[in-house]
Design a protein around this ligand. Structure first.
Ligand code: TYD
Length: 210
């Protein structure tokens, strides 16, 4: 896999809440470290001190959908500038738990913010920076809901997005799958409803090819 704009590898991880993305992200990071790669594992919204403060607001406070999109990109601007670009310039692998596809999927698909507006912000905030690889962890809504409900029963407080109804997640999922289908060179859909070790086998092959 080659990239023309930076030395490192920019990998983003996406999927609806409850798709198992965070579990797989941690495993993939370790698999890459075991292969001798320097990995910067980070997340959005967040990844910088200011970004993490914005994350707290975004995941808890009611706000208009436009405000949500704008704050996501404000946090992203800090993240790209202070964390992602420097790491890619050093030649590291950046594993980013969510990036701009999430804004298209959640604020666009889920909440109806016009994709043209999101595209304008994308251009402003990280115009020439595109992930080398985006893994879309995909599960049916019923599976993700069950996982979220299990977490809630175990005492984990669900955030603002995790409390959304099934129809919201159907739209988010459809948007992710449409984006992946439109950009198959960058995006790879991973069926995350399969047993953990089967998904890990696929991730191991991806780590070897990065
Ligand atoms: P998530 O990545 O699921 O973290 P955790 O595994 O700790 O719960 O949580 C981030 C939430 O933010 C998720 O519900 C999706 C949402 N989000 C957006 O709506 N738009 C975005 O642009 C990003 C980056 C995240």
């Amino acid at each position: 896999m080659t990239s023309t704009t930076h030395k490192g590898r920019f990998v983003t991880l996406e999927g609806i809440d409850g798709a198992g993305k965070s579990t797989h992200a941690a495993w993939l990071a370790q698999a890459l470290i075991d292969r001798g790669r320097t990995v910067v594992a980070t997340r959005e919204p967040g990844g910088t001190p200011l970004g993490e403060r914005l994350r707290d607001l975004l995941l808890a406070e009611p706000m208009t959908h436009d405000t949500e999109a704008l704050l996501m990109f404000a946090a992203r601007r800090e993240h790209v500038e202070h964390v992602i670009r420097p790491a890619l310039a050093r030649g590291d692998v950046v594993l980013c738990d969510r990036f701009t596809d999430a804004t298209y999927a959640y604020q666009g698909g889920g909440h109806g913010v016009d994709a043209k507006r999101i595209a304008a912000l994308e251009d402003w905030v990280h115009g020439d920076l595109v992930p080398d690889l985006t893994l879309v962890f995909d599960v049916p809504i019923a599976v993700s809901r069950e996982r979220l409900d299990r977490n809630a029963a175990a005492g984990h407080t669900l955030d603002k997005f995790e409390r959304e109804r099934a129809s919201f997640f159907e739209r988010v999922r459809a948007c992710y799958l449409a984006r992946a289908a439109a950009d198959p060179r960058r995006c790879r859909v991973i069926d995350s409803s399969r047993p953990l070790d089967v998904v890990r086998g696929e991730l191991a092959a991806i780590a070897a090819a990065l």
